[in-house]
Design a protein around this ligand. Structure first.
Ligand code: ASP
Length: 337
């Protein structure tokens, strides 16, 4: 139970860096003019870079991303390589190979990636290809499009040399067969350690990238697509401001364009922690919100290397790798009653 101990996870990693418009520290590159424009400029010499954060307890994934960054790789390579670790991990039942299927027994993957220039790529309803995040990157880099779906995405992946595999493992098949006995659909509030993986990284040049990959909600309707591959909902990166990635009930994230909202709130001067809290409050404070029955969690980083995370319910966490420390940090949460 130790690692489940609550730790408020906003951590200031920059020295004297401006978070609100009222704080100005020109020595850090945050001129009054930039801050008035809502831009927070990182000064890599003042921030402990590189830095990686990810949703849930995925230390192997953040370790891989950090290895890429330490070797001089950029943040885009880092988030892709980090996410691939969980996609290949058959024990994780909500990402890549071994992901829980939809109610018809099909494992369908959603993923996206976004770089420092605001370029992005995504795949939705992708079947039989483990590394959805890498296919998303190919969509971004090798096509004029942002999003490919279903059979088209699969054929594109095959044309790029991706291996066709059966993603339904024996364990996930058994879980699905057990579910079919009652066939009741109910979102699972926390799947600790192996939920959607969303990852954000800042490389040593201060450039931010993000990625997100998932098999989506277990036993969803065939054809259902969640927030994770929707740019602005599951993920958003603005290299001038920061980035955010979401996990949990995707429908609720889509309805509030959650990750874009968090980044825009940071642009207006909120810290990553406050921005995540405000985005959660937009969900739970809706009239007739059913928030007691679902989970949503956000993690965010700003250009200054400040991080935050917040969720509706307890037990959401992020993994953070910075300064040689790769640790799981429990998130603060809304529903304390
Ligand atoms: N956000 C994902 C979806 O709705 C699921 C998750 O994060 O667990 O597809």
């Amino acid at each position: 139970m130790n690692r489940r101990k609550f730790i408020k996870n906003a951590s200031l990693t920059g020295v004297g860096l401006a978070v609100g418009n009222s704080l100005v520290n020109c020595a850090d590159g945050n001129s009054k003019e930039n801050l008035e424009k809502g831009k927070i400029i990182a000064n890599p010499s003042k921030v402990n870079l590189p830095l990686v954060i990810a949703t849930w307890d995925v230390k192997n994934a953040t370790a891989k991303a950090m290895e890429v960054l330490q070797a001089g790789g950029n943040s885009l390579d880092a988030v892709e390589q980090g996410c691939k670790i969980e996609e290949a991990n058959e024990k994780g039942q909500s990402v890549g190979k071994g992901g829980l299927p939809d109610r018809d027994g099909n494992v369908t993957l959603d993923a996206c990636i976004m770089d420092k220039h605001g370029n992005c790529g995504s795949v939705v309803y992708l079947q039989n290809i483990t590394h959805a995040v890498s296919v998303a990157r190919k969509v971004m880099e090798d096509t004029p499009h942002v999003m490919l779906a279903g059979e088209g995405a699969k054929q594109f992946a095959i044309s790029k040399g991706f291996k066709v595999e059966d993603l339904l493992t024996e364990t996930s098949k058994k879980a699905w067969e057990k579910w079919k006995v009652e066939a009741k659909y109910k979102p699972i509030i926390n799947i600790e350690n192996h939920d959607t993986i969303g990852m954000l990284a800042i490389d040593k040049h201060g450039d931010i990238s993000g990625a997100c990959t998932t098999s989506g909600l277990a036993y969803k309707l065939g054809g259902r697509v969640g927030d994770s591959p929707i740019i602005g909902s599951g993920l958003f990166v603005d290299n001038e401001i920061g980035a955010c990635v979401a996990t949990g009930l995707g429908e609720e994230v889509v309805k509030t364009v959650g990750s874009f909202l968090v980044v825009e709130l940071m642009r207006q001067g909120k810290s990553p922690q406050d921005a995540c809290e405000e985005a959660i409050s937009r969900i739970v404070n809706k009239p007739n919100s059913d928030y007691k029955n679902f989970q949503v969690g956000y993690i965010a980083v700003n250009k200054s290397g400040e991080t935050g995370s917040y969720s509706i319910h307890q037990w959401f966490s992020m993994t953070k790798f910075q300064d040689g420390v790769n640790e799981q940090i429990q998130s603060d949460y809304f529903n304390k009653v």
